[in-house]
Write a protein that binds this ligand. Structure first.
Ligand SMILES: Cc1cc2nc3c(=O)[nH]c(=O)nc-3n(C[C@H](O)[C@H](O)[C@H](O)COP(=O)(O)O)c2cc1C
Length: 371
């Protein structure tokens, strides 16, 4: 009962910790004959990789992925394809510095997982937080790269839409902008502001939280099951399962509580292609736990990094009250690198539900029905 696996048909098991020799995942249930090369996965890992700007941890990890199993050259073209057997992906850790953690070996960082690991297991891996370290999320991003290939035509993208109390201006949203700044921020002006804002926080040895939005386009209608396999429920669990995430919203989310029924109704017309055309998307693309064919939209709130330079009151493993200061290499805003992680978790959930729908229903239902 150790719960290192998620998904039902598209099933991902991750292994490894911050300061071990390697980490990775085993992806089981991927259909055969899907083209897959290390480059397909590396592209996404590179977006999450640490040390790419002064705004993320300076740990230097190339995060080079190796595909250890589950692919074979297509006899006709020679291109590497999935075989339908387990896909093992491995990433070596190369820049561990366990000494950085020697001072806080026996002391709990408020907001980190040392105390709860000790109370559950009787020990905790203090080197970078061990399994509680977000190094583990590299494996999720690798699995997500495989998942993205399963749902034909699906595109999953994410953006940082708030840092600390400062939201973006949604009218200035430009998806192209996301790859041009170190924050995955779709509003160029806000990104420039975030640079100064986060520099100030970083230089003080402090940290700040963020809100991330993930959007999946090209999601077919029908994914998700009433009642215990709701797509929104599974998405919430997957996103909440990312380190430091403290809240998840689908569509209008908490703001729906202050709307009227008229405002919240996503009115429906017929599109020229004889598909339903929604006039808004307050539902975030999910109705009754089932995808509607609209973009699936989720947001999550990430707390500020708990490892900060300001002394915080705490206790040690032996019950003594003390103070802790966390030095070493840390992300001043973990929400930045959470963007590709959120995309990966969304892709894994959607791939899993796509395969479940194919298993139960098969061909897409022909709609509208003849009268
Ligand atoms: C991309 C990413 C990077 C992170 N980097 C750090 C870090 O450098 N230092 C730190 O204290 N926590 C970091 N965290 C958060 C911890 O992993 C997390 O707070 C800790 O495991 C406790 O779990 P919880 O916050 O989910 O309760 C990071 C989280 C993410 C998503």
């Amino acid at each position: 009962m150790s719960f290192n696996t998620f998904g039902l048909l598209f099933r991902v098991t991750t292994f490894g910790e911050s300061h071990g020799p390697a980490l990775g995942c085993l992806v089981d249930g991927c259909p055969p004959r899907i083209p897959l090369t290390p480059a397909d996965i590396q592209y996404h890992l590179d977006r999450r990789r640490p040390g790419q700007s002064r705004f993320t941890t300076q740990r230097r990890e190339p995060d080079a992925v190796k595909i250890l199993s589950g692919v074979f050259p297509d006899p006709a073209t020679g291109a590497e394809m999935t075989t339908g057997t387990p896909i093992m992906l491995m990433i070596e850790n190369v820049d561990q510095r366990p000494k950085d953690y020697a001072e806080i070996k026996d002391v709990y960082r408020p907001g980190h997982a040392g105390l709860t690991y000790d109370r559950k297991y009787g020990f905790h891996d203090y080197r970078g937080g061990g399994r509680a370290s977000a190094r583990e999320t590299a494996a999720r991003v690798a699995a997500g790269a495989v998942a993205r290939k399963i749902v034909p035509g699906m595109i999953v993208r994410g953006a940082l839409i708030q840092m600390g109390p400062h939201s973006i201006d949604r009218a200035k949203w430009d998806w192209d902008e996301i790859e041009r700044n170190p924050f995955f921020c779709p509003d160029a002006e806000r990104a420039a502001f975030y640079a100064d804002y986060l520099d100030d926080i970083r230089k003080k040895g402090s940290s700040v939280g963020a809100v991330i939005e993930i959007v999946a386009e090209g999601v077919p209608p029908g994914l998700g099951a009433p009642v215990y396999g709701k797509l929104d429920g599974d998405l919430a669990a997957a996103l909440m399962g990312i380190n430091a995430v403290k809240g998840v919203e689908i569509g209008e989310g908490f703001a729906a509580a202050s709307l009227t029924g008229e405002e919240n109704a996503d009115e429906i017309r017929m599109g020229n292609d004889r598909s339903p055309r929604f006039l808004s998307n307050h539902a975030g693309g999910i109705l009754g736990g089932i995808s509607s064919g609209q973009p699936v939209v989720a947001r999550f709130a990430v707390k500020p990094t708990s490892s900060i330079l300001t002394p915080r009151r705490t206790v040690d493993r032996y019950g003594n009250e003390t103070e802790v200061v966390t030095k070493g290499r840390h992300d001043p805003c973990v929400g930045i690198r959470a963007v590709p992680i959120g995309e990966a978790m969304m892709a894994c959930v959607l791939a899993d539900h796509y395969l479940r729908q194919r298993g139960q229903v098969g061909e897409a239902i022909a709609w509208p029905f003849p009268k």
